[in-house]
Design a protein around this ligand. Structure first.
Ligand code: NAP
Ligand code: MG
Length: 480
């Protein structure tokens, strides 16, 4: 039965955000016009309105930024670790002070609901800077030797799904370990990284320690292939990750790759059903499903399948899709037209291959890029929607009979980033977790993050870890 919920809009004001009509790159402590002389637009995906123009990073811009970072590294390595901590603490505090401004800007530029940018992204961003600030002066003692040294210039390339949070995951550990940085944000979401550059000035960070070059994949490839970059940290698609890995083969550059995922969320018949429904909804519809570790494959035990799917569909009908700045919104805009086309294409393939589709009855706004919360049942493991990362609000369901079968289906993927297990039996959870090829396994919860906990994948989900003590090692190399 369809239930209608009426509610009044409660829209967060965007007045707190001051947008310039165009932005330079941030290099050597200042905003500079692009040597390429080219700019590109960044849109609000919920209105298709142009928010601003940002600089296109050509080869000369990347050269300039890497040279500044080389000089920045010389300065930064002379700064005592305890003082590096102080800069990072200051950055964390300034982010907290301007948290609302960052959250509104993140939702405007990327389309995610304000309740998520405000309550998840921004608190996590600050937490990462606080966490790594605390590490900066403890690194030498922590490994029992002082042979671990920073790489030098770290080139960092990030995607559009968590723009500021991915910046924090990368920049905080790199600076804590004494590296300097050149960051390339995604083409569709550069604005919060530009605002972060202002924070670096306010914190008094020495020029050249953090540099930002905006642009597209071409800009990213200049950074990857620059001879004076000593370490590449990349988060993005498996295809681009493979290209980067082959370009770096035979060089001495360090590399970490955080790539895609197709996580199984396994619901056993003894799970607390209502809680599991909430967890499955959070697992796939959080951030429009634009989440590398999203629980995009629901594996449900056959004995409870009908009851579970009925409850899930009822809960999905209550999801509110619309204006990202409305505090009631559960699902915001799809990040770009291109991503919307990719989701639409995969959903068509699911229907054509024989899956049963359910979509909620919500009304979608006229302008902007939107996709209805979607559930597929009767999916065979060979369908494209069961194998490929959709990166949208689309869940596919496969049923299983025994725990052994659940594990077999869960691991039958080229990815290995995350997984979820829902059961009231601790021993069953431990048995299952032990057999899953996944970097992160959640039990009776999903999508929980902590800066102290390492995150990363197996197989085609990449290598290297971000977060925790392991995350520091990604920015340190042995030197004799
Ligand atoms: P993408 O196309 O690989 O882009 C990621 C970043 O790389 C962007 O900044 C992009 O610039 C840049 N780039 C594109 N081509 C490049 C090249 N040849 N050389 C260097 N840089 C290049 O990925 P996406 O579609 O934006 O992001 C979604 C993917 O990220 C999903 O697969 C998701 O699973 C993954 N992801 C993984 C994690 C994790 O921690 N494992 C976290 C979040 C997302 P443009 O923006 O201009 O294209
Ligand atoms: Mg944008």
């Amino acid at each position: 039965m369809k239930e209608k919920w009426s509610y009044s809009e409660s829209v967060e004001s965007s007045e707190i955000v001051n947008l310039e009509s165009k932005y330079g790159h941030f290099i050597d402590g200042a905003f500079v016009s692009p040597k390429s002389k080219k700019y590109f637009e960044t849109l609000s995906p919920s209105t298709e309105e142009v928010l601003s123009k940002v600089s296109f990073g050509g080869k000369a811009d990347v050269d300039y930024a890497v040279n500044a970072a080389k000089e920045g590294f010389k300065t930064w390595k002379k700064v005592k670790p305890v003082d590096r901590s102080k800069y990072l603490f200051k950055i964390a505090r300034l982010i907290q002070e301007r948290s609302r401004e960052f959250a509104v800007l993140e939702s405007m530029d990327g389309g995610k609901p304000i309740k998520e940018s405000r309550d998840v992204d921004l608190p996590q961003v600050a937490a990462n800077f606080f966490y790594f600030a605390g590490w900066a002066d403890k690194i030498e003692l922590s490994w029992g030797n002082n042979n671990l040294k920073p790489y030098g210039v770290a080139g960092q390339i990030i995607p559009w799904n968590f723009p500021l949070l991915m910046l924090a995951w990368k920049v905080a550990p790199a600076l804590a370990t004494g590296n300097s940085v050149v960051l390339k944000p995604a083409e569709t979401t550069p604005l919060t990284a530009l605002l972060f550059s202002e924070i670096c000035v306010e914190a008094g960070l020495p020029p050249g320690v953090f540099n930002l070059v905006t642009g597209n994949g071409e800009t990213g490839s200049y950074l990857v292939n620059h001879d004076d970059v000593n370490k590449i940290a990349f988060t993005g698609s498996t295809n681009v990750g493979k290209q980067i890995q082959s370009s770096l083969a035979g060089t001495e550059k360090g590399l970490t790759l955080e790539l895609g995922g197709k996580a199984a969320n396994i619901v056993y018949e003894d799970a607390a059903i209502d809680q599991a429904v909430e967890g499955v909804v959070n697992g796939i519809f959080f951030n429009q499903g634009h989440v590398c570790c999203a629980g995009s494959r629901l594996l449900v035990q056959e004995s409870i399948e009908d009851e579970f799917i009925a409850k899930l569909e009822r809960r999905m009908q209550q999801l509110r899709v619309g204006n990202p700045l409305d505090k009631n919104t559960d699902i915001g805009a799809i990040n770009s037209k291109q991503q919307l086309e990719k989701i639409t294409d995969l959903v068509h393939s699911g229907v054509n291959e024989g899956g049963t589709i359910f979509q909620t009855e919500c009304e979608l706004p006229g302008n902007g890029f939107w996709f209805k919360p979607t559930l597929f049942t009767k999916v065979q493991p060979a369908y494209r929607i069961a194998r490929e990362e959709i990166f949208g609000p689309v869940l596919t369901t496969i049923s299983f009979r025994t725990p052994e079968e659940a594990v077999e289906i869960a691991n039958n993927t080229e990815y290995g980033l995350s997984a979820g297990i829902w059961s009231e039996k601790g021993s069953k959870i431990l048995w299952t977790a032990d057999k899953l090829d996944a970097g992160v396994v959640w039990s009776n919860t999903f999508n929980k993050f902590d800066p102290a906990s390492p995150f990363g994948g197996y197989k085609e989900s990449g290598f290297g870890r971000e977060g925790g003590r392991h995350g520091l090692l990604s920015y340190l190399k042995e030197s004799r």
